[in-house]
Write a protein that binds this ligand. Structure first.
Ligand SMILES: [Zn+2]
Length: 78
């Protein structure tokens, strides 16, 4: 997998929704690629921030929160 592919599926990885094969490929790639490691950290930071925002807004719909997180990530990294 190249970096572009990884960055397309890294959301699933962070959400824990990757299947076993994908998980292994992403992990292997991250071990050897510092730019994707950075990408992952950035996304995780955004998620933490968005989660905090959602909690502050007393969001009670998990799917809405998730949609908003993905929107936020996409806006942030284009
Ligand atoms: Zn990479």
């Amino acid at each position: 997998m190249d970096c572009k592919k990884i960055q397309q599926v890294i959301y699933r990885f962070i959400y824990g929704e990757s299947n076993t094969v994908e998980l292994r490929r992403i992990k292997a790639h991250l071990e050897n690629c510092s730019s994707c490691q950075e990408e992952r950290l950035i996304i995780e930071e955004i998620l933490v921030q968005l989660k905090t925002d959602a909690t502050a807004a007393q969001e009670d719909c998990p799917e809405c929160v998730k949609d908003r997180m993905l929107d936020g990530i996409k806006r942030k990294i284009g």
